[in-house]
Design a binder for this molecule. Structure first.
Ligand SMILES: Cc1ncc(COP(=O)(O)O)c(C=O)c1O
Length: 366
């Protein structure tokens, strides 16, 4: 007997295969892009095959090349910084503040240091970790003051906003991921948000093998095969109808956790800057009195009860591939890693009490 999940998947696939197949390939992708344009209020978007490709395209469009310094958040998934390496450029890793995102003071210090070496950073890759907005006001000011373009890595942050404006739409480029674990998925895919029409046209040309308009294959530039597949675009479009529900569910879960646990004075939370609304794709706690050994014991206890839990991101500067990079640190990312546990926002409501109960029991000691 089929489960309802299989039945739903089957009916989605039928719709994609049998109904949408009559549309042209490009039309299926455009439908997804139009829907994303509507959700983001951003007219210039390009659907690609991953968020990583979208960051790579952004750096390519900004003409980042070998040896160029590029600033990046330190507390993030490796995909935020890998495209810097693809371009042969040099990451400058910047630590975080109470939002768990790039600290504006450290960003300024990193820029000034780079300028004294006569190397102006070519771009700032700013991550909105776990769907919580960075301190956008201060970071936008710095980006403008030094005239360094901002690439917003909003891979986690679809549905989150700052002063009413969706994340990903502030910078010269913005990036969203539709990877399998994101708030909604296309089973793989990414979105590049550009701040003008010319950029999106050029990104489309470069991401579809940089074909010149001739009746035969002819190329003046090296392109990429980065366009999303129509199947993934159709999946993304189908999933978009769930976005509000998923975000509301994640926010409610976070709210309940906060109500239950915020009276513990030694627990730290990811703070939202004023005027910002997080999507709570993930939420976490910093157990200020714990140490890595006890943290791991607690994590294992949660896992043993089949409760979903992750360790905090491991700061990039600690990874062997980035150990020689320039960095601007305050030690917060490292401390968050050693004391932080992270939970998925989209858990079924019956799992939340178990997590909160176990945390509550342990927090007296931790
Ligand atoms: C912060 C961040 N940036 C970028 C990416 C890359 O997205 P994708 O997996 O779609 O390539 C991810 C991936 O999950 C991510 O967590």
């Amino acid at each position: 007997m089929k489960t309802s999940l299989v039945a739903t998947l089957e009916s989605n696939c039928k719709e994609i295969f049998y109904t949408q197949v009559e549309k042209s390939v490009e039309q299926q992708i455009e439908d997804f892009e139009n829907a994303m344009t509507h959700v983001l209020g951003a007219p210039h978007v390009l659907a690609l095959n991953s968020g990583t490709s979208a960051i790579h395209m952004a750096l390519t469009m900004l003409d980042v090349g070998p040896g160029d310094p590029v600033i990046c958040s330190d507390l993030t998934f490796v995909a935020s910084a890998n495209p810097i390496m693809y371009r042969g450029a040099e990451p400058i890793l910047v630590d975080c503040d109470h939002t768990w995102n790039m600290d504006p003071k450290l960003l300024r210090a990193a820029i000034l240091k780079s300028l004294t070496l006569n190397k102006k950073p070519k771009a700032i890759i700013l991550v909105h970790l776990y769907g919580t907005p960075a301190n956008m006001h201060a970071i936008m000011e710095i980006s403008k003051e030094f005239n360094i373009p901002l690439v917003e890595d909003a891979a986690h942050a679809l549905g989150a906003s700052y002063q009413g404006k969706p994340l990903g739409t502030f910078g010269e480029f913005g990036v969203i991921s539709f990877n399998n674990n994101k708030i909604i998925t296309a089973l793989g895919g990414g979105l590049l948000i550009c701040n003008n029409d010319a950029s999106v046209e050029r990104a489309k040309y470069l991401s579809t093998q940089a074909k010149d308009s001739k009746p035969y294959y002819h190329h003046r530039e090296v392109g990429f095969n980065y366009r999303i597949s129509p199947l993934n675009a159709s999946m993304g479009l189908a999933q978009l109808s769930r976005l509000d529900r998923e975000v509301n569910n994640a926010r409610n879960n976070y709210q309940l956790a906060w109500e239950e646990l915020s009276h513990y004075p030694h627990i730290g939370w990811q703070l939202c800057p004023e005027g910002a609304v997080a999507n709570r794709w993930r939420w976490g706690v910093i157990l200020q009195k714990t140490d890595p050994l006890r943290l791991e014991t607690l994590r294992k206890a949660l896992v043993a009860q089949a409760l979903p839990v992750y360790r905090m991101m491991y700061p990039l500067h600690k990874m062997p591939i980035f150990e020689n990079c320039i960095k601007e640190l305050n030690g917060w990312g490292q401390m968050f890693f050693e004391k932080g546990l992270v939970f998925p926002g989209q858990i079924p409501s019956e799992q939340l009490p178990g997590i909160l109960q176990l945390l509550d029991l342990n927090l007296r000691e931790y």
